[in-house]
Design a protein around this ligand. Structure first.
Ligand code: G4P
Length: 193
């Protein structure tokens, strides 16, 4: 079991069969030591890919992306969910559907920050159906950039996102993959460490 799986078992809370609360250390209150380890783990996996930029989506992805970016020594760009007046009109946009929240939302990145020379690592805290990641991939492609990989802290392996993205040929590295959870606890997918 790796450091993140251990922390999830220690401090995560399961609601029903499909919601895992990790807000005491990952996406509300933040544990910087853990985030640093996460950044190091993504760097270890993607350090030979020539990453030029880390892309994420607000809000919870930002802290994770920053700690990872420190290790790669590259900038972070985060896609905005709310339309911001000072972004101007020179933007890439794509629509994302969230099953968890039952709504569609537009994500936006300024054209200045994604270009054809970029080799991008996309990161986020959770992946469920993968639609937020599909949206970020679309933004990268609109800008002509290459998606080198996707780094996820917690993948919900019983939802389709990881499988679909891997079938499309993307390199998806998830630090913890939850196979099932419920009142009997959490079972992780075994992965080579
Ligand atoms: P998808 O992108 O993989 O298709 O998934 P979906 O829209 O259904 O859910 C993504 C959002 O829901 C993310 O929040 C993610 O953090 C959150 N989420 C999904 N499953 C869980 C879960 O089991 N536990 C927790 N705590 N969150 C979950 P977001 O839209 O990125 O919002 P934000 O929190 O970053 O602002």
């Amino acid at each position: 079991m790796n450091f993140l799986e251990e922390r999830i078992l220690r401090d995560g809370q399961v609601f029903g069969n499909d919601i895992l609360k990790v807000d005491s250390f990952l996406n509300h209150q933040l544990d910087p030591s853990l985030l640093s380890q996460i950044g190091e783990a993504f760097h270890e996996r993607f350090k030979d890919c020539g990453i030029t930029k880390i892309l994420t989506i607000e809000a919870s992805g930002i802290a994770i992306a920053c700690f990872a970016a420190m290790k790669f020594n590259v900038p972070v760009v985060f896609a905005k969910k709310a339309r911001s007046n000072n972004l101007g009109t020179d933007v890439y946009q794509t629509m994302v559907h969230s099953f968890t929240y039952g709504r569609d939302y537009m994500v936006t990145v300024s054209r200045k920050y994604i270009s054809p020379e970029d080799k991008i690592l996309i990161v986020d805290d959770f992946m469920a159906n993968g639609l937020a990641m599909e949206g970020l991939i679309d933004l990268c492609h609109q800008g002509g950039a290459t998606v080198e990989g996707i780094g996820i802290c917690i993948e919900k392996g019983f939802q389709a996102g990881g499988k679909l993205l891997r079938e499309k040929g993307y390199r998806v590295e998830s630090l913890a993959i939850v196979e099932e959870m419920g009142e009997n606890g959490i079972r992780f997918r075994e992965q080579a460490s």
